[in-house]
Design a protein around this ligand. Structure first.
Ligand code: FAD
Length: 453
C-alpha cells in the first residue's frame, strides 16, 4: 500500500489533511497538538492495518490517538500520520451474562461507566470521564476502584492489537500471551489496540463522596489527619488531596474522598476531616459515574498542561509538608502557573501490589502512592520552559527519585532511553525482546519508547 490513491480507495474510514473540515489535531492539552500530514479515522482493525502499512511505505511517523488526553504529545505527530481511533472507534458493548465490556480503542471512560452501570456493573477506569481507555489502559490504569479491583490492566481479559507488520492479533492469556504481557503497561509500544475486553464487577449505584476545602494555612492539621486515616484505609475508600488555587480563588487544599458503600459508613470514615471545619463541605451520596465527572479543573479542553508525577512513600508527613511550599515557590517564580495543582492520589495499594511485578509490563507494584503535578499555564511563550519548571518543583518535594507512573509522567516522554529503562525497571529487558519480535523497526516510538533488543 504505497500510493495515497490505493490507500484512499481501500480505506473505509476517513483520511484527512490540513484544510479538510474534519482534520482535527487538537488535544486535551493545547501544547500536545502537532501539525500532522494526515489524520485518519479508521472504522475497524483492517483500516488501522492499512494506515500502518501506508505510513511505513511512505516513511511517515505514526502516532496513535485514543482519547487525546496525554499532554505529552505522544498521540500527535509533526508531519506524520495520526491514527485517531477516537472519532469512529469509540463504541462500548456490554455482555451482562459474562460480565464483560467490549470497548473500542478510541472510547472514553465515561462511555464505559454509562454503558455498564445500566446493568449494575463497572470496569476499573480513570477518575476523569473524558480520559481515553486506550492510553490509560495500555499504560496501567488507576481509578477510584483500584483499591478493590486493581488496575485497569489487571481486569483486562483480552485485546485486539494491530502490530507493526499490519497483522491483527488477539492478545490474551492463551493467544499471544507475550504480547498480552507487553500491552499491560508497555503503552503504545506494540501498536494500536483496537478493542479491549474488560472484566466487570458488580457495583452499587450510590457511593459516598465528600469534597472538603481548607485554606492552605490548615495544611499541617489536614496532613495529620491524612496520616491517621491512611493507617486504617480500607480497599473500599480512596482519597485525593489537591493543593491548588481555583481560578479567581485563594490557595486551598481540597480533600476529595470516596467510599464505595452506604452514606453512614462513608460519613464515619471521613468524619475526622469534617471535624477540622472546612470552609466548604459538599458531602453525600452520588451515582458512581458522577464522581468521574467531578474533577472540574480537568473539564476544560485546550489549555496548556503538563503532568509530572512520582510515586511517594505512603503518608510521609515530612515529604507531604514540602508540597505547598514547592507550589508557592513555583507560582512566585512563574506567576502564569498559578492555577496548577499538585495531587496526592490515595488508593488502597494492597490489591495492585498483590500482583507480582513481572506478571505484567507495568512496574509500579510497590505499594507507594502517586503524587502528580498538573502544570497549567496561560502564556504560550513559556511552553518550552515547562518541562524544567515541573522538574524543579517536583525536586523541591521529592528529594530522591522514587519511581514514576508513565501515564502521569508526560514531562519525561521523549527524554531518551534511560528514562524508559528507569520507568519499566526490571521488566525492560523482556519488553525490549518483545519489541524486537513485534516492532523491530520501532515504528511505535512516541511514548516511553522501548528499543528493540
Ligand atoms: C484529566 C486527566 C485525568 C487522568 N486520570 C487518570 C486516572 O485516573 N488514572 C490513570 O491511570 N491515568 C490518568 N490520567 C493519565 C492518562 O492515563 C494518560 O494521559 C493517558 O495517556 C490518556 O489516554 P488517552 O487515550 O486519552 O490519550 P492519548 O493522548 O490519545 O494517548 C496517549 C498515549 O496512549 C497511546 N494510546 C491511546 N490509545 C491507544 C490505543 N487504543 N492503543 C494503543 N495505544 C494507545 C497513544 O499512542 C499515546 O502514546 C489522566 C490524564 C488526564 C489528562
Amino acid at each position: 500500500m504505497t500510493s495515497l490513491q490505493d490507500f484512499r480507495s481501500s480505506f473505509k474510514g476517513q483520511i484527512t489533511t490540513e484544510g479538510d473540515a474534519e482534520y482535527d489535531i487538537t488535544r486535551w492539552a493545547k501544547n500536545a497538538a502537532r501539525k500532522a500530514k494526515y489524520v485518519v479515522y479508521p472504522v475497524n482493525a483492517e483500516d488501522v492495518s492499512k494506515a500502518i502499512l501506508f505510513a511505513k511505505a511512505n516513511c511517515l511517523e505514526i502516532a496513535i490517538c485514543g482519547g487525546g488526553h496525554s499532554p505529552s504529545g505522544a498521540s500527535s505527530t509533526e508531519g506524520g500520520l495520526v491514527i485517531d481511533l477516537g472519532k469512529k472507534m469509540d463504541g462500548v458493548r456490554i455482555d451482562v451474562e459474562k460480565k464483560l465490556a467490549y470497548v473500542q480503542g478510541g472510547a472514553v471512560w465515561g462511555s464505559v461507566d454509562d454503558a455498564s452501570m445500566k446493568h449494575g456493573l463497572v470496569a476499573v477506569g480513570g477518575v476523569v470521564s473524558h480520559t481515553g481507555v486506550g492510553g490509560l489502559t495500555t499504560g496501567g490504569g488507576y481509578g477510584w476502584l483500584s483499591g478493590e479491583h486493581g488496575l485497569a490492566i489487571d481486569n483486562l481479559v483480552s485485546a485486539t492489537v494491530v502490530v507493526a507488520s499490519g497483522e491483527i492479533l488477539t492478545a490474551s492469556d492463551t493467544e499471544n500471551p507475550d504480547l498480552f504481557w507487553g500491552i499491560r503497561g508497555g503503552g503504545s509500544n506494540f501498536g494500536p489496540v483496537t478493542e479491549f475486553v474488560f472484566k466487570l464487577h458488580e457495583q452499587r449505584m450510590e457511593i459516598y463522596v465528600t469534597e472538603l476545602v481548607f485554606p492552605n494555612d490548615r495544611v499541617s492539621q489536614v496532613l495529620d489527619e491524612i496520616v491517621a486515616w491512611g493507617k486504617s484505609q480500607t480497599p473500599k475508600e480512596a482519597l485525593h488531596l489537591v493543593f491548588t488555587v481555583p481560578p479567581g480563588g485563594h490557595p486551598c487544599i481540597i480533600v476529595l474522598g470516596m467510599y464505595n458503600g452506604p452514606l453512614e459508613e462513608g460519613e464515619e470514615r471521613f468524619k475526622r476531616f469534617v471535624a477540622l471545619g472546612p470552609i466548604h463541605n459538599k458531602s453525600g451520596n452520588m451515582p458512581y459515574p458522577q464522581i468521574n465527572k467531578a474533577e472540574k479543573h480537568a473539564a476544560v479542553r485546550g489549555q496548556n498542561r503538563l503532568f509530572r508525577g512520582t510515586f511517594v512513600p505512603t503518608f510521609d508527613k515530612e515529604l507531604l509538608s514540602r508540597i505547598e511550599p514547592a507550589r508557592q515557590k513555583m507560582v512566585v517564580d512563574h506567576p502564569s502557573t498559578v492555577n496548577s495543582a499538585i495531587i496526592l492520589e490515595c488508593y488502597n495499594p494492597e490489591k495492585v501490589a498483590s500482583v507480582p511485578v513481572d506478571a505484567t509490563a507495568h512496574a509500579g507494584r510497590h505499594g507507594n502512592r502517586h503524587l502528580s503535578l498538573v502544570l497549567n499555564w496561560n502564556d504560550d511563550g513559556l511552553t518550552s520552559q515547562m518541562r524544567q519548571v515541573s522538574k524543579d518543583a517536583m525536586s523541591n518535594i521529592v528529594l530522591k527519585d522514587t519511581g514514576a507512573y508513565g501515564n502521569l509522567s508526560d514531562a519525561d516522554v521523549g527524554s531518551g532511553a534511560e528514562r524508559s529503562i528507569e520507568l519499566f525497571g526490571k521488566n525492560y529487558p523482556r519488553l525490549a525482546s518483545l519489541k524486537k519480535k513485534y516492532d523491530p523497526e520501532n515504528i511505535f516510538n512516541k511514548w516511553f519508547a522501548i528499543r528493540p533488543a
